[in-house]
Write a protein that binds this ligand. Structure first.
Ligand code: NDP
Length: 322
């Protein structure tokens, strides 16, 4: 089969299309014939070596397709089932062997592209808004990169929870998209001082929670945007990882709470994963959650997809197709 292989950590040019054997599903795994592949920022961290991934490996955590075969001990799936998943590496390929407990059956009305776009970022937006800091009416949240793949979903879910949403975005065009998704206010943080804007919008109080996926560039400003005892949720590194700091800083900024969550710790078993995935797929079916697909690339153009994502050129989801 065709698959992208990273044989050495580095830039997008390390994503090479190769012929490799079709994987065999082991105990508890299913083999998925992939129709559509979700591109996520984490794929760039595996490629660069920021997150551990031992070469040679096939990147990609997320895909949708059909069940091709079952490994020993798998129950509850039949050949041909339409499925999707978002937590197993090896998706930039024609086939992938995936732990069955992570695989979700798709409703008939959800197509493969939508499913491949919704699993990882959808479950992430779900745990951030429902579990890490459960938003309620009366809360105000700050969502950085609000027009990004994950950002657009956080904005929509925060509105479903009844919160007030302040987004940030790099361009006016992205700001428009974040507003379309439901953000009450959007700050173009490449042109405006977002801390001053947040203070103005909240009458000097600050927000209850910041969902920060940008990392290094926004870290300090995010802390300065919080109300006393607010929560800083730093969950990504799009501009680089947050620098080291002393816990005393949290006291000086207002006895703040800080967490650095990751999806894997919020989908620790099948029940938890299904709760999140079914909520996301249910909102897609009902029309409450809109999935914006930025562009679909052939698998052979994975490097271009990474360049576009890392170059801040995208708004919404990037997909690859074998
Ligand atoms: P996005 O679609 O959000 O793309 C990244 C966006 O970040 C860019 O479009 C850009 O938006 C913004 N950005 C700000 N500064 C930079 C910079 N210096 N370089 C590149 N981008 C920058 O990507 P994803 O939705 O895939 O992921 C967003 C973040 O969320 C990533 O950091 C990812 O690791 C994290 N994440 C974490 C998870 C977790 O469980 N911890 C799970 C899923 C995602 P703009 O131009 O508007 O500033």
């Amino acid at each position: 089969m065709k698959a992208i292989l990273v044989e050495q950590h580095g830039g997008p040019e390390r994503l090479a299309l190769k012929d490799v054997p079709v994987p065999q599903p082991g105990r508890g795994e299913v083999l998925v014939k992939i129709a559509s592949i979700g591109v996520n920022y984490i794929d760039t961290y595996h490629r660069s070596g920021l997150y551990p991934a031992e070469p040679p490996f096939t990147p990609g955590m997320e895909a949708a397709g059909t069940i091709e075969s079952l490994g020993p001990g798998v129950e509850g799936f039949t050949l041909g089932d339409r499925v999707a998943y978002g937590m197993s590496r090896g998706a930039y390929a024609e086939f992938a062997a995936v732990p069955a407990w992570q695989v979700v059956k798709l409703p008939d009305s959800v197509d493969f592209r939508t499913a491949a776009a919704a699993m990882l970022q959808g479950m992430t937006a779900h745990y951030l808004t429902h579990s890490t800091f459960p938003l309620e009416p009366g809360h105000t949240c700050l969502v950085h990169a609000a027009a990004g793949g994950t950002g657009l979903l956080i904005v929509q879910m925060a509105k479903l929870r009844g919160a007030r949403v302040i987004g940030t975005a790099g361009t006016l065009e992205k700001a428009r998209r974040a507003r379309e998704a439901g953000a009450d206010e959007v700050i173009v943080y490449t042109e405006q001082d977002f801390v001053a804007e947040v203070k103005r919008i909240t009458d000097g109080r600050g927000v209850d929670v910041v969902y920060d996926s940008v990392g290094a560039a926004t870290w300090e400003g995010s802390l300065n945007s919080l109300r006393p005892r607010g929560m800083m949720v730093t969950f990504g590194n799009a501009s680089g990882p947050v620098p080291e700091f002393r816990p005393l800083l949290l006291s000086q900024k207002g006895s703040l709470f800080l967490t650095r969550p990751t999806l894997f710790h919020y989908c620790t078993n099948r029940e938890e994963l299904l709760t999140r995935a079914e909520a996301v797929l249910g909102w897609i079916e009902s029309g409450d959650l809109k999935i914006r697909i930025h562009r679909v690339y052939p698998l052979s153009e994975a490097a271009q997809a990474h360049r576009d994502l890392e170059g801040r050129q995208t708004s919404g989801k990037l997909l690859l197709e074998p």
